[in-house]
Design a protein around this ligand. Structure first.
Ligand code: CTP
Ligand code: CA
Length: 223
């Protein structure tokens, strides 16, 4: 198929990719965040670009630079990521690779929190962040193909399959992010692609290779 389309089967297609962590402020100088280098999302954006797609890359504060040749929208918080994603629709496909913080600090301070000398720590109130993947999956202008990730540390396939149904996306790439796997922050990934047809284990491979394989599958699905 790629050969028939001259190696650019996604030419003229618009694909959204979210990537990186989000930072949720505690006060002007502190934040909470998910662990994410942005490596897998960055590789996916590059692979989609290489197949000819117009890629909108919506990224939290990642440790690695965004790929060249894509439209980069840099955000900090989950709320900002949500706004940027919905503003970037419509798209033919969306891949949500960001490690979005599940909560933000509801009582974040407008000024730096100071120690009060009592030795007691401040109490933070958390509020749930909007689910970007679920929102896009149910949007009126939903992309034809919506792909999410499921970062799990146990019962990976069960949890990820349930997540696919709950969020209403088409595919989930499930990965085991237990510290022992070394996947978080590493250059390799071991994923299982979960679709309506079942679960397909991919061998452990470089994140760039996972990205190329996913991009090829997306091209096939959109053809
Ligand atoms: N995701 C999102 N918006 C959120 C939380 C997650 O878009 N507020 C997306 C992620 O980018 C990923 C997918 O949802 O593609 C699954 O993220 P994950 O953290 O594994 O799932 P959650 O639904 O947040 O469930 P939990 O963390 O409780 O396991
Ligand atoms: Ca989560």
């Amino acid at each position: 198929l790629a050969a028939m389309a001259g190696g650019r089967p996604l030419q003229g297609r618009h694909v959204l990719v979210t990537s990186g962590p989000t930072h949720e402020p505690i006060d002007p100088v502190r934040y909470i965040a998910n662990r994410s280098s942005g490596a897998q999302g960055t590789a996916i954006a590059a692979a989609l670009r290489d197949l000819g797609a117009n890629v909108t890359f919506i990224t939290g504060p990642a440790t690695m630079p965004p790929p060249a040749g894509v439209t980069v929208i840099a955000v900090e918080t989950a709320a900002q990521m949500m706004t940027a994603v919905t503003a970037a629709l419509p798209a033919d496909a969306a891949v949500m690779a960001a490690a979005v913080a599940d909560w933000h600090v509801a009582n974040a301070g407008a000024q730096k929190m100071k120690k009060d000398g009592s030795g007691r720590a401040p109490a933070l109130d958390f509020a749930e962040n909007p689910d970007i993947l679920a929102t896009v999956s149910r949007a009126a202008d939903r992309p034809r193909l919506v792909v999410g990730f499921a970062a799990e540390t146990e019962n990976v396939i069960d949890h990820a399959s349930a997540k696919r149904l709950r969020k209403g996306c088409d595919w989930i790439l499930a990965n085991d992010v237990s510290p022992a796997t070394g996947i978080m922050g590493g250059s390799e990934n071991a994923v299982t692609l979960i679709t309506a047809d079942g679960a397909e284990d991919w061998p452990r491979m470089g994140k760039a290779e996972v990205a190329r394989r996913l991009a090829a599958r997306i091209a096939e699905a959109l053809t």
